[in-house]
Design a protein around this ligand. Structure first.
Ligand code: SF4
Length: 407
């Protein structure tokens, strides 16, 4: 069996993720129609069907218009499935980490236009969850999936094309994190996130993936990346791993550099590496390729005035620390802070004692709690941030709080 993936550079529809009109949505709808027909999509599959669209709306904010699925793409997809005679169109998301879906739709500027156009909004975090057995999963025995995802006739995944601090890229495979319950979402946000997201893809493969690269994001995404305006690329295909492997190549990554995509190919499409199972239609990868700036995960030596000591630490804590420091450096001059040392990971037996490090000591993550046992005298002076990993903004909030108090 081959998997078809369709790639299209489209003319600029006009407007932006923050402002658009019906002319730009109609123009984009025509381009999407062309993309799907080129990908071999059979429109009869959605006639009289309930169609659920799942965009990426993780902490949308007007200052980061390329970090979430472009509202123009969502509205054009709604329009397109209407043309294909879908019975009902729904749009659903769970942004996770304490950010409500209702707020995410509002911040993305979608609450009103989608409601007005008769779309049924599915706030997954306010609805029911169903535990689905996952016999072939490596990490998750059962996965808590939002009920509408299991009930819909046709499930459309609409991720954003962007790099990602923790997983190198965030595309179709990873976007399925938005259909699971928060209790499971926060778990395994470490190196094992790669197997975790592939497990999710085993439970419910979307029927169609449309990757939104109208505006894309590179570097320290999703919160501190650089916006690539007017990239105007759309990619569509039926299998998440096949689509993501093509998107990686477009972004200048080899799939082997991206653990969850490589695992996705190995585990979801056995034989992919040895047989030619990709059928590419539309534009060639070479003609649309752009080398996206890679995200940098480590904070060591990157922030003047903040010493970061990374011992036996995994990607979960590294990503959370880097997120917080990237966030803070946009707000304050870090070099003017009182000296601070952030220690993450596990100590080794002959490690220096805590009092050799400069300034206020912050032990970050559950693993770092072990440092306290090496130097009982300093035990009261280190601040410990618990979690495995802690929330990405815990460190930023702590430093902000200390600054406020010192003022
Ligand atoms: S606490 Fe340890 S295992 Fe957990 S994310 Fe941090 S370094 Fe990884």
């Amino acid at each position: 069996m081959t998997y078809r993936v369709s790639v299209r550079k489209v003319p600029s529809p006009g407007g932006s993720p923050l402002s658009w009109d019906s002319v730009s949505i109609n123009r984009l709808t025509d381009n999407l129609d062309d993309l799907l027909l080129t990908s071999g999509f059979d429109t009869k599959r959605v006639r009289n069907a309930v169609v659920l669209l799942h965009p990426n709306l993780v902490r949308p904010h007007r200052s980061r218009p390329a970090s979430f699925t472009d509202p123009r793409v969502i509205l054009a997809t709604v329009e397109l499935f209407r043309r294909y005679d879908a019975k009902e169109i729904q749009v659903g998301e769970n942004p996770g980490f304490g950010f409500s879906a209702r707020r995410a739709f509002f911040e993305a500027g979608l609450l009103e236009p989608l409601t007005k156009s008769g779309v049924k909004l599915q706030f997954f975090d306010e609805g029911e969850w169903v535990s689905v057995p996952n016999p072939n999963g490596r990490l998750f025995r059962d996965v808590m999936i939002a009920k509408p995802v299991l009930e819909t006739d046709f499930f459309v995944n609409i991720p954003k094309m962007k790099t990602h601090m923790l997983t190198q890229v965030s595309l179709s495979i990873k976007n399925l994190l938005g259909i699971i319950n928060d209790d499971q979402r926060i778990l395994f946000h470490r190196n094992d996130i790669a197997d975790k997201v592939v497990d999710l893809n085993m439970v419910r493969q979307p029927d169609l993936n449309i990757v939104d690269g109208l505006w894309a994001m590179e570097g320290q995404a999703p919160f501190h990346g650089r916006t690539i305006e007017e990239f105007n690329l759309l990619v569509a295909g039926s299998h998440t791993a096949a689509v993501d492997s093509v998107c990686c190549e477009i972004m200048g990554f080899s799939p082997e550099e991206v653990p969850h995509v490589q695992l996705g190919l190995n585990r979801l499409l056995p034989g992919w590496m040895t047989q030619n199972r990709l059928e590419l239609t539309g534009d060639s990868i070479e003609t649309v390729r752009k080398h996206f700036k890679r995200p940098v995960l480590s904070s060591m030596g990157q922030f003047h005035g903040v010493e970061c000591i990374e011992c036996g630490v995994c990607n979960g804590c590294l990503s959370a620390i880097r997120h917080s420091l990237d966030w803070l450096k946009d707000e304050i001059d870090l070099s003017e802070l009182e000296p601070v040392t952030i220690v993450s990971g596990r100590p080794m037996p002959n490690i220096k004692t805590l009092d050799t490090w400069t300034g206020q000591l912050i032990l970050f993550g559950n693993c770092a709690a072990e440092f306290q046992f090496f130097d009982m005298a300093r035990r009261q002076k280190a601040i410990w941030i618990s979690g495995c990993p802690p929330h990405v903004l815990d460190l930023a909030n702590l430093i902000r709080e200390r600054l406020k108090r010192s003022e």
